[in-house]
Ligand binder design. Structure first.
Ligand code: ATP
Ligand code: MG
Length: 178
């Protein structure tokens, strides 16, 4: 639990607003049920840090600055259910650069003594919680070029969970051809 001296943190890829609108519109037409995730909250988690001392923020920003992963095309076209009814969009196949980015963050966080979930990294974007039916199969295809990653603070508010950006770092563009 996050207190005043601790912040609940995670690194993630933000979902650009245009794609978020298309995804929410598709989700709402497909009546997945459960509690829908707010449009502005759509994201793909790279590393969930949990409650961290606020005094650690500088070190986390420094860590993120050292990440040198490449930008990549992200394509989400599978509908899956995780855990207790988390209806999610997922890539059919995770781009190698996405796994490299999540792996690089995990390794650098480990060096700071921050241990992540022991389950293997499974890229997904949660669309709804407590969805009543299990869904597995093809979804419409959504995608964008992931060109940055973000450190978010997660806070519970009277209006539901709210994420705020504490930092954003670019992913490297592929070198221009000669
Ligand atoms: P709430 O828990 O208040 O319903 P939330 O799940 O959106 O809202 P957080 O629990 O702060 O907010 O989680 C932020 C992000 O990190 C979400 O994408 C969530 O799925 C992911 N996450 C949370 N716990 C873990 C974990 N143990 N391992 C990996 N990812 C996690
Ligand atoms: Mg949660």
């Amino acid at each position: 639990m996050a207190t005043e001296d601790t912040l609940r943190l995670f690194f993630a890829l933000p979902c650009p607003p245009e794609q978020a609108a298309a995804i929410c519109s598709w989700r709402d037409r497909h009546a997945l049920g459960g509690r829908p995730v707010a449009l502005e909250n759509l994201h793909l988690t790279l590393a969930f840090l949990g409650a961290q001392p606020a005094a650690r923020l500088d070190a986390l920003r420094h860590l993120a600055t050292g990440v040198t992963s490449d930008s990549f095309e992200l394509t989400l076209n599978r509908l899956i259910t995780l855990g207790k009814g988390f209806a999610c969009l997922a890539p059919g196949e995770a781009p190698p650069a996405l796994l490299q980015l999540a792996g690089s963050l995990a390794e650098r966080l480990g060096a700071l003594g921050i241990v992540l979930d022991s389950r293997p990294y499974l890229p997904h974007m949660t669309l709804a919680r407590q969805a009543p039916t299990q869904a597995h199969g093809a979804a419409a295809t959504f995608g964008w070029k992931a060109e940055r990653f973000v450190l978010y603070r997660s806070q519970n508010t009277a209006d539901g969970v709210r994420y705020s950006e504490l930092g954003s770092w670019p992913l490297r563009s592929a070198a221009a051809p000669d």
